[in-house]
Design a binder for this molecule. Structure first.
Ligand SMILES: [Zn+2]
Length: 112
């Protein structure tokens, strides 16, 4: 039996074929930059995760969040419900430095 992966066309989550039962998308959240007009749908298990996903997408072009900036993201479950307040998040990012070591073999050293 081969195991295949497929991507859910709705929430974009990768799903293993071996998982039992049908895939169920996480709940839908509407995210926007503070005071923005357009809502972007994110699928996540809570508002914070939705804000993080949105911030990652927001940061994609020139990565201001990875350079120390922050962005305020507003999240709500139902933008048509005026009684439901937004949950507001201050989002930031971080890069984790990675270091490598590659052994220089004596034969390579001789060449230089
Ligand atoms: Zn899904």
């Amino acid at each position: 039996m081969t195991m295949t992966m497929s991507q859910c066309p709705i929430c974009k989550k990768w799903v293993f074929s071996l998982h039992r039962g049908p895939h169920v998308c996480p709940p839908k959240w509407f995210c926007q930059e503070a005071g923005g007009l357009s809502d972007t749908v994110m699928y996540a298990h809570n508002a914070e995760t939705a804000a993080i996903k949105y911030a990652e997408q927001w940061d994609a072009d020139d990565h201001p969040l990875l350079q120390g900036e922050t962005v305020e993201i507003w999240v709500c479950e139902d933008p048509t419900d005026e009684a439901e307040p937004f949950v507001k998040f201050c989002c930031s990012g971080d890069t984790i430095p990675t270091y490598y070591a590659r052994e220089i073999k004596p034969a390579e050293e001789d060449k230089s």
